[in-house]
Each structure stands twice: as C-alpha cells, then as structure tokens.
Design a protein around this ligand. Structure first.
Ligand SMILES: C[S@@+](CC[C@H](N)C(=O)[O-])C[C@H]1O[C@@H](n2cnc3c(N)ncnc32)[C@H](O)[C@@H]1O
Length: 261
C-alpha cells in the first residue's frame, strides 16, 4: 500500500551526515545492553537502521517503511540479522511484550495522530524495553512557512491543498506526558542544530528530500518547475549563501522512554 507520494532515496541521501547526527544522538540515550529484537519504524533507505547492528551486533534488527522505493533502496543492506519490509507504522503490530527496542526517527511528524500510536508501541515492548523517538520541530521555520504560504496561492493551491507538513508537532513535554501515562520513565529534550550546508540552493535541495516532497509531488510537471524556482528564490533570501556555506537552523525533538520492568 502506498500512503504517500514517491520518496526519492537519492534526494533524501543528500546531507546524510546532517540527517544522521540526530539518529546517533537519539540512540546514544538508549541504555539497552543486549537487546535481541530491535525495530526501526519509518526506516527510510536503511543506512541508519544498519548502524543499530554496530551498536548491538547480536540483535535482530527489522526496518519497516511505507515507501516501496525506500525499502528497495534498503534491501542491499539486508542480512541474516537485518531485514526490511514495506508496511505502514499506523497498522504495525507486534505480539505484546515481544520487542526490546523500537526506534522511530524523523517519521512520526508525517502522522497527525502520532500520540495515539504510542500506547501500542509501548505495549509491544518487553518489560524494561525502550522506545526512542526523534522528529523535526521546525514546522514554523522559514523553510516550512514559505512552503505553506506558496502552496496556498494560485496556481498551486488547487493541487497542493493539504499536502504541507503541519507545524504543530508534539514537543518534549507532550511526549513526557503521553509516555509517562503508559508507565514509562521518559527522557525528552530538544536541540537546534546549525547545519552548514554546502552547494547552491542548499536549503531547497535539503527540503526537496523531505518536507517539500508532498507539495512538489502534487504539482503537474510544468507547475512543479515554476514552484521550485519561486520557492528556491525565497529560500535563498531567507537563508543566504555565505563564503563558508548556508546556515540552516534546525530544531529537533527527542524522547527516549523505558517501559517499567
Ligand atoms: C524523513 S524519512 C526518515 C527515514 C529514516 N528513519 C532516517 O532517519 O533516515 C521519513 C520516512 O518515514 C516514512 N513514513 C512516512 N509515513 C509513514 C508511515 N505511515 N508508515 C511507515 N513509514 C512512513 C517515509 O516513507 C520515509 O521513509
């Protein structure tokens, strides 16, 4: 089942270092010693999922993603201990108390009802198991505000209605509340990175791989080119290219919860 327009693993793979850092910092706060089952929900092209085996070499790691393109890109990484499958995490279930670690990185922001999914994730954890979440919290940044504004004007609005990412994602306090209510101990925080991106139109290239993708995919080819040109020009004003690169401030929200033993 395809729940969203086509993802492009190559475009997403640009700026892999910057996109990988929050994952490493998230995983660094999981104190599971020797988990046997680790699940990555919204695993994308699998490159970060594979790093979970570096951390826990004896684990079986399984990635799930609703994009067939992403899972196809992940398959070359698969092994006895690393498997991938196409699936929608809104419908993902596992037998109660069967999983040691669930990771979901840069994915739940796409799901407006994400807080309603958390009890099911906690249920799937063994006693003492871990749930680790990271989402972008930059919905009000110029990159997204300009996107929403432009997508709401003619001639784009009839195609792009409802495709922009929502600005109102949960903050750390909401994750603390939702996960504490399920009997977890919770460690939640936020960080604003100052990414320094190289290349021309760097912020446009960044958002084309993620946040702007649904809007761009909704437009017919001729309008997509026009939209990209207009959006790119406004991004270049908001994020000026400097001699050392283009600074992209990027807020991210983290929550790591341990289920009670
Ligand atoms: C920004 S990428 C993050 C990929 C990977 N976790 C990473 O950090 O590089 C978001 C991923 O979420 C996936 N996704 C979005 N909605 C989903 C859903 N309902 N179920 C499963 N995957 C979903 C997309 O297909 C995409 O691969």
């Amino acid at each position: 089942m395809r729940t969203s327009p086509v993802w492009n693993p190559q475009q997403y793979g640009k700026y892999a270092d910057e996109r990988g850092r929050p994952f490493a910092e998230l995983i660094g706060r999981i104190r599971a010693a020797e988990p046997s089952t680790v699940i990555d929900l919204g695993c994308g092209p699998g490159n970060l999922t594979a790093t979970l085996l570096d951390r826990w070499p004896a684990a079986n790691v399984h990635g799930v993603d609703s994009s067939a393109e992403m899972i196809e890109a992940a398959q070359p990484l698969a092994s006895d201990r690393l498997t991938f499958e196409v699936g929608d995490l809104r419908e993902w279930t596992a037998p109660s108390a069967s999983i040691d670690v669930i990771v979901t990185n840069a994915t739940l922001q796409w799901i407006p009802e994400q807080l309603e999914l958390l009890p099911g994730f906690v249920r799937a954890l063994k006693p003492g198991g871990w749930l680790a979440i990271q989402i972008p919290g930059n919905g009000n940044a110029p990159s997204h505000a300009i996107l929403r504004e432009l997508a709401g004007t003619e001639p784009y609005a009839p195609y792009a209605a409802g495709t922009s990412l929502r600005a109102d994602v949960p903050g750390p306090a909401e994750y603390v509340e939702a996960l504490s209510a399920k009997g977890c101990s919770v460690d939640a925080w936020e960080t604003t990175y100052s990414h320094i991106l190289q290349g021309d139109n760097a912020v446009l290239e960044w958002v084309k791989g993620t946040g702007a993708r649904p809007v761009l995919q909704s437009l017919p080819d001729d309008l997509r080119a026009r939209f990209e040109a207009e959006y790119g020009a406004r991004l270049a004003e908001a994020y000026p290219q400097q001699s050392f690169g283009t600074v992209l401030p990027f807020r991210r929200i983290f929550a790591v919860a341990q289920k009670e033993s």
